[in-house]
Design a protein around this ligand. Structure first.
Ligand code: ATP
Length: 411
């Protein structure tokens, strides 16, 4: 079987049933994503293409125009999506997030359920080394997913099993042009240095193939660890209002990695955090948990009583949060009830708790109540459902999905 057939086969298998649906392609103009476009056209698909102009490099607009021109020649619909940098935080990270957001909005706007990206096996290997340099654990070293759903749109990476050089050869064989981003040779970039390191490692038989295979196994290991953590959560964790309760003896008996994951998941659930705490601060928190000592971590606090550990939101972390009553508060709380016009949600706090004479009969610990959401009209307390104040309002709490989703609710 010829090399060309291999690439086309891998591409079609990578797309799977998505090939039959309205398909979007994210094409930057680089060799990998242009190959994606040509492969789709050669496979007889009728994709719609988007190029994101991040406005970060002067050539970006010309590259988008070039992709638009190629698409016009191929009879494929093309859109340029533009983004302007707000100017805070990590630029690369912000650009990647913005790109994903723009692409998923674009897809939904055109009735596209799947968007294919041009990541290759080399991207997997380079990402592995870059993460290794940042001290990543199993999760960070796991290969990027071939399929991922974000905001209702499925992102596919059908070329993960293909080497970048194979794609370049595939393009050359057909006399197809692509743009080589000049920054791909700029050794100031981590990715460029990682690419060179991967090439150097190939000399000892541990090149992109081997590294990418290991990253794939890491993804399997991560999935296995997540499943065991969810099982531990189902057995020894409980959701109580906005708190997580864990059995201390069960926690102590867990393998260290599962304990770490369960506690991290609990903290992430309470703080609605996208990334969980790691490293020395996480280890300190775990040591305190095992010794039965109270501790704080990432805006959460732990306390111990009767063989149980209770994790709750720290008042300090939410004291300044205020949102209109129709919006989610602290990422996970919502309130519903009578007309909420002009009302806001913010923490009950000491002042609010002082207005709830019956709070003790609610059987919720004081610290949990202090950091719980209450409904306010200016300084007037309208309702504090967890503290049993003000009828007709119902609070619901939905933390991010993860192992804690498997934990039962207290009754
Ligand atoms: N500006 C962009 N517009 C549209 N899609 C993009 C853009 N940048 C990246 N992508 C998509 O994300 C994939 C991986 O991005 P990455 O930054 O690793 O690639 P690249 O070096 O910019 O270009 P290429 O993969 O096209 O050679 C690309 O293959 C492409 O599908």
């Amino acid at each position: 079987m010829s090399l060309t057939r291999d690439v086309a086969d891998i591409f079609r298998r990578g797309l799977g049933p998505a090939a039959k649906e309205a398909l979007g392609l994210a094409v930057s103009g680089g060799g990998d994503s242009l190959a994606l476009l040509y492969l789709a056209v050669e496979a007889g698909l009728r994709p719609r293409v988007a190029t994101v102009d991040h406005g970060l490099r002067p050539e970006a607009a010309a590259e988008a125009a070039m992709v638009a021109g190629i698409c016009a020649d191929l009879g494929v619909a093309h859109d340029t999506l533009t983004w302007s940098w707000g100017g805070t935080g990590n630029l690369q990270d912000a650009a990647r997030r913005a790109r994903t957001g723009l692409l998923s909005d674009w897809a939904k706007g055109h009735g596209i359920g799947c968007v294919a990206l041009g990541h290759t096996r080399d991207d997997v290997a380079e990402t592995f080394l870059m993460r290794l340099a940042r001290d990543a654990g199993v999760d960070g070293l796991a290969a990027m997913a071939a399929r991922r759903e974000i905001a209702g749109v499925v992102f596919l990476r059908p070329l993960l099993g293909v080497a970048r050089a194979e794609l370049r050869r595939w393009l050359l064989d057909r006399g197809l042009p692509w743009v080589e981003d000049p920054s791909n040779e700029d050794a100031r970039f981590d990715r460029v240095r990682a690419r060179r390191a991967v090439q150097a490692m190939a000399e000892v038989g541990a090149g992109a193939d081997q590294i990418a295979a290991l990253a794939g196994r890491m993804a399997d290991v991560r999935a296995a660890l997540e499943a065991v953590t969810a099982d531990a959560a189902a057995r020894m964790a409980r959701i109580d209002g906005g708190d997580v309760i864990l059995e201390t003896a069960g926690l102590a008996a867990l393998p260290a990695e599962i304990r770490r994951r369960l506690l991290r998941a609990a903290v992430m659930w309470i703080a609605s955090a996208e990334y969980g705490p790691r490293g020395a601060e996480m280890e300190r928190f775990i040591a305190a948990a095992l010794a039965g000592r109270p501790a704080t971590l990432a805006g959460c606090r732990s306390s111990h009583a009767r063989g149980r550990m209770r994790l709750t939101r720290e008042l300090r972390a939410v004291a300044a949060l205020e949102v209109p009553a129709g919006e989610a508060w602290d990422g996970r709380w919502r309130i519903s009830g009578p007309d909420s016009k002009g009302l806001t949600l913010r923490a009950l706090g000491e002042a609010g708790l002082g207005l709830c004479p019956d709070w003790r009969s609610a059987a919720v610990p004081r610290a949990s109540l202090l950091a719980s959401p209450a409904l306010w009209q200016g300084e007037r307390l309208v309702a504090a459902p967890l503290a049993g104040f003000g009828g007709g309002w119902v609070l619901s709490c939905a933390g991010p999905t993860g192992p804690l989703s498997a934990a039962p609710l207290s009754h």
